[in-house]
Design a protein around this ligand. Structure first.
Ligand code: ADP
Ligand code: MG
Length: 315
């Protein structure tokens, strides 16, 4: 049981937005669709939701063929970047909305709303209007509203994208904990690699209408399928013509092996506990290395120093 996307193609005129997408999203997991802007993430999410019809291919949700099912029959909950709340309704009424249009009994609605507001830590704001909430609180209200109908799938399209960095980080942690509590199958769209790496059980890298790689955060980071995934998932540098992570560059004052390249430190940047070095090799390659401060201090590195750079074993 899961979401199955098979052979999905979607064009807008001549433009290919999705090309032969095949994907299984396991039940109960938090899956991130990660990729650069314009890559097709929203289109794929909308196809899963039933807001877009694919030109070819099929979608099944929890074993039910859903390709021809309208949105309201798919039992999906949504949250978008800019959440459209009912401005004149209280937080509690906003959360209750989906249950009221489904004509649930009043007592059942009241109990459910109370439970959900507790889950998203908004109980004390039940009687406020959306305009009286912060951006982060509004997105939590949106999540409560999406969860109210007990969806079999929760679809989140850059839900924290409009919030500032600190609130985003908090909500990211909070979403992870919420998911651990309710275990609803969740598809989370983001263009932020750090967000995907921190939150998701599994990441699907979407680029130019196709899937570059599917894997756990560790798999993608440690065994990227190609240079695109490698550079999209974090800092990279070239060393001897290969792409590696800056923290996999060994910096020494004498050569470590036959792979060592000699060069000159052209920049030293101290960021938190790390030191980023730019080394210009004698062959003209620009190499970025990342060291701990302690290590950099021990080497007495400064601009103009003569060093050797070597890919660490296993990099
Ligand atoms: P992402 O969410 O990864 O940023 P989208 O799925 O929104 O990407 O868009 C993928 C591509 O499809 C973009 O180039 C976008 O301009 C195009 N596109 C999306 N929706 C439409 C539409 N309704 N009509 C025409 N082009 C569209
Ligand atoms: Mg998008």
């Amino acid at each position: 049981m899961s979401i199955e996307v098979s052979g999905v193609n979607k064009r807008y005129g001549d433009f290919v937005a999705l090309e032969d997408i095949n994907l299984t999203i396991p039940t109960g997991q938090l899956t991130a669709l990660l990729g650069p802007s314009g890559g097709g993430k929203t289109t794929l999410l909308r196809v899963i939701a039933g807001l877009e019809t694919p030109d070819t291919g099929t979608i099944s949700i929890e074993g039910v063929e859903a390709t021809a099912l309208p949105v309201q029959k798919r039992n999906v909950g949504f949250v978008f970047q800019h959440y459209a709340a009912f401005k004149h309704l209280t937080v509690a009424k906003n959360v209750a909305f989906g249950l009221e249009i489904r004509k649930k009994p009043r007592a059942e609605i009241a109990a459910k709303v109370e439970e959900l507001l507790e889950l998203v830590h908004l109980s004390q704001f039940a009687d406020r209007l959306p305009s009286q909430l912060s951006g982060g609180q509004r997105q939590r209200m949106a999540l409560a509203r999406a969860l109210a109908i007990e969806p079999s799938v929760l679809l989140l399209d850059e839900p924290f994208g409009a919030l500032d960095a600190k609130v985003r980080k908090e909500l990211r942690d909070w979403l992870r904990r919420l998911h651990d509590e309710v275990h609803v199958t969740t598809v989370f769209v983001t263009h932020d690699q750090e967000e995907a790496l921190e939150v998701a059980d599994e990441i699907v890298v979407v680029n130019q209408g196709g899937i570059e790689q599917i894997g756990t955060p560790e798999q993608l980071y440690d065994e990227p399928a190609n240079d695109f995934v490698m550079s999209f998932l974090g800092d990279v540098t070239t060393l001897g013509g290969s792409l590696i992570r800056p923290h996999d560059v060994e910096v020494t004052t004498s050569p470590l092996s036959e792979h060592s390249l000699e060069g000159t430190v052209s920049r030293v940047l101290r960021i938190g506990f790390e030191v980023r070095l730019t080394v210009l090799t004698d062959d003209g390659e620009v190499v970025t290395a990342e060291l701990t401060r302690t290590h950099a201090r021990a080497l007495q590195l400064e601009e103009g120093a003569n060093v050797f750079v070597t890919p660490s074993p296993g990099a």
